[in-house]
Unconditional design. Structure first.
Length: 71
């Protein structure tokens, strides 16, 4: 079964999922320790990392959509 998916994109998506789980876990630990402000910063850092890693995928997605639009 060949879905013509570049492995770089799959690896990036798996890394993004890993970052999300680690950030959520760290955030929950800091919330349990009574450090709500630190938990919010960890969540924000995780979101920034995810956004930074997703930019190449979003770029390809937008380019594909633009190519589908008739001239």
């Amino acid at each position: 079964m060949n879905a013509n998916v570049n492995m770089v994109y799959l690896e990036t998506i798996l890394k993004i999922i890993g970052i999300a789980y680690i950030a959520e876990f760290a955030s929950q630990i800091t919330k349990d320790a009574g450090q709500g402000a630190m938990a919010a910063k960890i969540e924000m850092a995780g979101k920034i990392f995810i956004l930074a890693m997703a930019i190449p995928i979003l770029t390809v997605l937008i380019e594909t959509i633009i190519q589908m639009i008739p001239n």
